[in-house]
Design a protein around this ligand. Structure first.
Ligand SMILES: [Fe+2]
Length: 414
């Protein structure tokens, strides 16, 4: 996010002596993308950021292995059938993620959790975690966030952080892990990176980390050895492996930072929908993008107002994409027949034309408003099913366009 921020205690001039109150030096770290040629931030540590005292394997086993969507089928994955019988107790938001879908560009996983995660750093790519429900405090080296229903938290690659669910309700999170960076769509940005007037959100809608955040602020001792779980490339079943570093000091030791690279939060309710007289295509709903995928959201909105409009979508073959919709909120109870409801994921693969279920096309005529909330990931390479996706596949969605037993639209995007 290329908007300069300056938080905490930083020196007047970069790359110069920055002294502690006792006269020692803080240790400057440049965290930058694309080989010192893109966005970066400078972080000032109390301890050496490179000091590790131990390293061991974080065994990810087969948890990230995938199975091809073959024979090619549209699918309905019922994420709320994961973590049943209170299986979420004792699960954390990092090691407890269960892979729903993935390919070489992006992985989508789901977790339900009530337990603090270890410190974690994904050095494969950026993460965009959508909070379906519950609340959490997320502590990062840049500062802390309080996140709740409808929040996206975009976390740059290699940001050390941890998730702390808070409150009585378990946290439900939909985790989009890129193998690249995640940012606002380029067409929303000026040539210098400001969000333009036609964008459905602006910088004012983005929440910054509350910081600086030091170990003592988080109720920990600064000199306490601390483990950090690193997810990185390797020779595992998915090309991804893990390592656990032990640092001789607590990782929350940044007294100040400045720059244009940092995590930020955005609540989906701050997304201003773009509507039209006739049906608007999914790119009108886009919120973020990464390499070979986009993230869109469908929010409550006034729908198409041409006197002859059909508010639900036309049938469509998005020939270059797999289309993954996560249904978060809204009135899905009336959507008879398809089985789609809150917590559902629909997989509409490239190669299969899809759209409203039988009857929905006609019934939508005259509708003025859709009360729905869904998060969509479109990928330009086929997605494969992860362990969680295989577990909660309803096995019958592919046939839901046959006959008259499906009477309501699935969603505004179809
Ligand atoms: Fe679609």
């Amino acid at each position: 996010m290329a908007h300069y921020q300056n938080i905490g205690n930083v020196p007047h001039k970069r790359h110069t002596q920055h002294r502690t109150p006792q006269g020692g030096l803080y240790f400057e770290e440049l965290m930058g993308q694309e080989g010192f040629s893109s966005d970066s931030s400078l972080l000032y540590h109390r301890d050496l950021p490179s000091a590790i005292s131990d390293a061991r394997s974080w065994d990810l086993g087969e948890s990230l292995a995938t199975t091809p969507n073959h024979p090619l089928l549209p699918r309905h994955l019922k994420l709320h059938d994961l973590f049943v019988d209170e299986a979420w107790r004792g699960v954390d938001a990092v090691t407890g993620r269960r892979l729903v879908l993935g390919n070489g560009d992006v992985r989508i996983s789901y977790v339900m959790t009530d337990t603090s995660s270890p410190f974690y750093r994904n050095v494969i790519g950026d993460e965009c975690v959508f909070v379906e429900s519950g609340c959490a405090r997320v502590e990062t080296v840049f500062g802390a966030f309080d996140v709740a229903n409808g929040d996206y938290l975009v976390i740059p690659r290699a940001t050390t952080h941890r998730w702390l669910p808070i409150g009585q309700e378990p946290l439900r999170a939909y985790c989009i892990e890129a193998n690249s960076h995640i940012a606002a769509p380029k067409r929303y940005l000026s040539k210098y990176g400001q969000l333009l007037e036609h964008a459905p959100y602006c910088e004012r809608d983005l929440r910054l980390p509350q910081g600086p955040l030091l170990a003592e602020d988080a109720g920990a001792r600064a000199d306490r050895p601390t483990e950090v779980y690193i997810k990185h490339r390797g020779n595992g079943p998915s090309g991804i492996v893990g390592t656990i570093y032990t640092y001789p000091h607590h990782p929350l030791d940044v007294v100040g930072w400045d720059g244009c690279l940092y995590p930020y939060a955005f609540n989906v309710s701050d997304f201003e929908p773009i509507t039209g007289r006739v049906h608007q295509p999914p790119p009108a709903h886009q919120v973020f993008e990464g390499y070979n995928f986009v993230i869109c959201n469908f929010v409550p909105r006034k729908v198409d107002y041409h006197p002859l409009s059909i508010p639900v979508p036309y049938y469509h073959s998005n020939v270059d994409s797999d289309e993954i919709m996560f249904y978060v909120a809204g009135d899905y109870e009336a959507r008879k027949g398809s089985g789609i409801g809150k917590g559902s994921v629909s997989v509409h693969p490239g190669g299969h034309a899809h759209g409203p279920q039988p009857g929905a096309y006609e019934r939508s005529i005259g509708a003025e408003y859709f009360d729905e909330l869904a998060v969509m990931v479109d990928t330009f390479r086929p997605l494969e099913l992860g362990e969680a996706g295989r577990t909660v596949d309803d096995g019958k969605y592919a046939w839901s366009w046959i006959g008259g037993n499906n009477e309501q639209p699935l969603d505004g995007a179809g």
